[in-house]
Design a protein around this ligand. Structure first.
Ligand code: ATP
Length: 353
């Protein structure tokens, strides 16, 4: 869908993109990077709205330098910043955008009604946009990107300014853009956690350079450790600590902590046990039973994308681990080879234990 080769964009004082080569397949792809990483610049080049300094880029097989007009007919674009006219209604605005995209009047009105319904705007679509909440404005921006039934949409920071519930709703809508309509999506964010739950593939850039491009499954692959949660009992008021001590006594490698666990439990109530084959499962089961604790869960845990960078950082600089703020990945300069932590937040994923 999108192929760039050694794409660079240099402004007089800043290199926004630095020899970026990526190949993005159909599906939902997250483009993640901190503020200033070059995400919006890449989108503008891909739409043929800004020239690259060097390198090449093709979108849907079309050359961005020559075929910008055709690309914009086939690709929807939701810009990052507020760009909506306050004095017109969502319906008027989206019909206008549909007409600008070449739809005849009747089709433009029908598509507008369908698209606004899809994004969850109902009676309020007849009110002036100036009175809308941030979430409603983001929905109007999404609707105008979809109204001409594009093959691909570029969504630039669609969850900006939304509260956690609003973010979840927007992410659900984005996922449905692909599953319900077959439209491929390139969505940018500086929040790793939200892309993990929405995207099939994630491209990470920092300082205009590619850090990593992989499927979400590769990022979040199953690790060789078990997450174990137990109940407390009268005999063991801190069941987790009793289990930890017993497992360590039996020779297992055990850590406690929040990183990456998917649980409603508080951080100290999850144990991570290094799995050395099926006997580790038996050891945990027998130890829990021997202590008379209730086993809430025992599962292979998955990495979260943020951990890939946190671990790479810690390997490069052991002090980084202790400096790491659990909510934000530490700042590092990109190095060749191993992925290094961009200045990205993990997004406070609600399912992080
Ligand atoms: N027209 C411009 N003139 C000069 N510098 C620019 C211009 N547009 C972008 N930049 C710079 O290029 C770098 C990348 O900007 P870009 O907007 O692409 O980043 P981004 O990843 O989209 O971040 P954000 O989400 O904050 O917009 C930044 O340092 C920015 O200041």
């Amino acid at each position: 869908m999108i192929v760039t080769e050694s794409l660079s964009k240099r402004f007089p004082r800043v290199t926004a993109l630095d020899r970026l080569s990526v190949d993005i397949a159909p599906g939902v792809t997250g483009l993640v990077g901190a503020n200033g990483a070059g995400k919006s610049t890449l989108i503008k080049i891909l739409l043929g709205l800004a020239p690259a300094t060097e390198g090449t880029a093709r979108v849907l097989g079309l050359d961005v330098t020559k075929d910008g007009g055709t690309i914009r007919e086939r690709v929807g674009y939701m810009p990052e910043h507020d760009c909506l006219p306050p004095d017109v209604s969502a319906t008027e605005f989206v019909v206008h955008m549909a007409r600008m995209s070449g739809l005849p009047p009747t089709a433009a009105r029908e598509r507008t009604a369908d698209t606004l319904r899809h994004v969850g705007l109902y009676e309020e679509r007849y009110r002036p946009i100036g009175g809308y909440s941030t979430g409603m404005k983001q929905r109007v921006k999404l609707a105008q990107a979809l109204v001409h039934d594009p093959q691909l949409v570029f969504l630039d920071e669609p969850t900006n300014g939304l509260d956690p519930a609003g973010r979840d709703e927007m992410l659900g809508l984005i996922r449905r853009v692909h599953t319900d309509f077959g439209i491929s999506v390139l969505v940018t964010s500086h929040l790793l956690g939200e892309l993990e739950r929405t995207c099939d593939h994630v491209v990470v850039i920092d300082g205009g350079k590619l850090l990593r491009s992989s499927s979400t499954d590769e990022f979040t692959q199953v690790t060789a450790s078990l997450a174990v949660e137990v109940t407390d009992t009268d005999a063991h008021p801190d069941g987790t600590e009793a289990l930890r001590a017993a497992l360590v006594g039996a020779g297992a490698a055990v850590t406690t902590g929040a990183a990456g666990g998917r649980s409603l439990a508080t951080p100290g109530h999850v144990l991570y046990v290094e799995a050395a084959g099926h006997q580790t499962y038996d050891l945990v089961r027998d130890t829990v039973a021997g202590l008379g604790l209730g086993l809430v869960r025992m599962e292979q845990r998955r990495h979260q994308i943020a951990e890939v960078f946190r671990d790479a950082d810690a390997a490069a600089d052991p002090a980084a681990r202790s400096r790491a703020n659990p909510g934000a990945i530490p700042a590092q300069t990109a190095t060749e080879g191993a992925p290094s932590a961009p200045h990205i937040q993990d997004g406070g994923s609600p399912d992080v234990a």
